[in-house]
Design a protein around this ligand. Structure first.
Ligand code: GRF
Length: 185
């Protein structure tokens, strides 16, 4: 199944999905990486895997609709069926939601509906919770509000941000693989 990964950052989830596909665990092919940040490390990761990157700056478009239409043009060319958001730091607009209804998923580093939005790990630590986690969910027009597909709890370790973040990332990589298996296999 042809998919596109949307990312704005390091791309460790992209890497994990890529490796799960290479290992035959997920029945998918990443046709395209879409990024709004041409300098993001995910671009290097994609290039080293030989995967095409669409680096597209929303500032060069008159509106969100025009920006998303430009993305859709390339997605259609590649016959992409599912959009997998992995650290894509932008709200998906009506245009993409309409074109890919029920076929857009996201991963978020908290147990939603707690701590949506930016820096979910920082929010959880500031709140003093002892357990946080990871959520894979369908994307709707809200910020991290769509129907939940899978969740897994992760302990806050020693009130230490780095340790906790490491544990969360490791769980993200497993959980996204499991969720994509469920959806695509
Ligand atoms: C992850 O924590 C993901 O949950 C969040 O953004 C981060 C992306 O990390 N939405 P990476 O770029 O995949 O390493």
């Amino acid at each position: 199944i042809p998919i596109a990964v949307f990312a704005s950052g390091s791309g460790s989830n992209f890497q994990a999905i890529c490796e799960a596909i290479e290992a035959g665990k997920i029945n998918a092919k990443i046709e395209l990486v879409v990024t709004d940040k041409p300098d993001a490390f995910v671009v290097q990761r994609a290039e080293s895997k030989g995967i095409q990157v669409l680096a597209i700056n929303p500032k060069n478009y008159a509106s969100k609709e025009c920006y998303e239409d430009a993305i859709i043009l390339v997605l259609r060319e590649k016959k992409v069926q599912w959009l997998v958001l992995a650290g894509y730091m932008r709200l998906i607009g009506k245009t993409l939601l309409g074109a890919y209804a029920s076929h857009i998923v996201n991963i978020h580093p908290s147990l939603l509906p707690s701590f949506p939005g930016k820096d979910a790990i920082g929010q959880a630590m500031a709140h003093g919770v002892k357990i946080t986690g990871v959520t894979v969910h369908f994307v709707d027009e809200g910020m991290d509000t769509g129907t939940i597909i899978m969740q897994k709890a992760v302990d806050i370790i020693d009130e230490d941000r780095d340790k906790t973040e490491g544990a969360i990332h490791a769980v993200e990589h497993e959980l996204y693989t499991a969720a994509l298996q469920k959806l695509l296999n």
